[in-house]
Write a protein that binds this ligand. Sequence first.
Ligand SMILES: C[S@@+](CC[C@H](N)C(=O)[O-])C[C@H]1O[C@@H](n2cnc3c(N)ncnc32)[C@H](O)[C@@H]1O
Length: 503
Amino acid sequence: MNFYFEAAKVLDKLDAKQGSIKGVIATVAEKDRKRTAALVIETLKYKPVLCDVIDATQLLKQEKKITTRNLALVLVHDLLLSGGIQASEGVVKQAILRHKTRLHSEFQRIKIKRGVKSTEDLAQTDDSRAALIPRYIRVNTNCWTIDEAVQAFISRGYTLTGPFEANGFRFSTGFAKDEHIPDLLAFHPSVRFVDDPLYQAGKIILQDKASCFPAHILAPPARNDSVVIDATAAPGNKTSHLCALMRNRGKVTLFDWSVDVCVLKPCSCQLFAFERDRKRFTTLKTMLSRAQCHNVEPVNSDFLTISPEDPIFSRATHILLDPSCSGSGIVNRLDHLLETEAQMDGEQDRLNKLAAFQLMMIRHAMKFPSVKRIVYSTCSIHATENEHVVRQALESEEALEGHFKLAPPKEVLPLWNRRGLQDEMVHPVDALSLVRCSPGEDATNGFFVSLFVRTDRAREGADIQTNKKRKQDVDEEKASGKTKRRKKKNNQLRCDTGTHISQ
Ligand SMILES: C[S@@+](CC[C@H](N)C(=O)[O-])C[C@H]1O[C@@H](n2cnc3c(N)ncnc32)[C@H](O)[C@@H]1O
């Protein structure tokens, strides 16, 4: 019976939006993971119809031993769709079996009412956008070169084609070099690499194209004395990308893992990867070791508690910030089964809280005295977590005092067409400095990237004035209600999900 409680607990966490299906299932003990995953996914597929059956039979009202709807869902799933409950007799099983006949007949009644021939016809279907996203792999240049990887795939029977937009993946053995990210290869969406020995050996990293943008845009230096921070690192895909871009240079052990608490020792290490969650930190270490990252120092700490004046971290010149977000841009076959945000009460509340935390992280990063570039990214499609956060960061004291502004479009993936939402920025032109990806439309998941840069010291005085003027403009606009008139004008320029750089 524990197995059903475990699966119900996973469903509770998904309802509470504590992570993606994959992420929450990863927290289940390994020995039960496969079985629990199968039950959770199958239950989600049939959730609407199972809920109807449970409500029609008043199961939850009549049986106090069935303490939650999710426990009822997994048990009724197995009773109706999987040949019976796989558990020895007990009060919970008995409670369900008392209603066995009613549950079966309600299920049949719904099938007849909906005119479906088979039970499978009642299942929720896949998100069709997932099929439009290629399977991307980033070649881990810590281990080999892109040319060696291409040859290895050709020798397996794959054919290197032109850019994947052109061939549209008409055949499943075609693959292409990505046109925006060096070292990224795109394969047919049906190809799987999870069990591939190259993945197990860390020679390839399974990473969506959009998720490669932050490290690429940050462009960390590959010098022995450069200090870079990944402030929110686990599971570590962007960290290993940063490491590869820094050519895996330098390494001094900073922390003594033989004791439970981290011990700081002075050194000149290059890439610090912060992760506050203990479990995710373990995953981070595994991923970094598999990717053969030698210049990374993982740190199990909250980035917000790190002093910008710290003798080591204060030397950081580049910071990557990819903090927790709503994940609303992620398109995959599984998470589509979860209820949509519109159906969730208090969604805007949750987004506001996330945005407040995201802003706090950027403002903290801006306090580091040597930092020159800060990339802020999310896998969210909501302006609340994207343009609004950037807008507020630009107006913050830290940005004004530190002379931070958005990098010009030519420094932020200039060949990428979809840019930020003009209407959501104080100065519409700033949207051109922002990168957006629209799920399904751009052959990627939904994503957002911005790059803050500290302006040239020589132009300091002028920049302070510009920043102060910006703040003044915002205050005046707010006061005089100009915003509405500006929005109307901008609507002529705006496209559905983003601004195009060519406009
Ligand atoms: C979106 S994930 C990062 C994904 C990662 N960049 C990658 O590409 O693999 C956000 C991570 O930041 C961690 N996190 C959130 N707030 C943090 C903080 N204040 N300090 C350190 N880590 C934090 C979360 O636990 C989570 O693992």
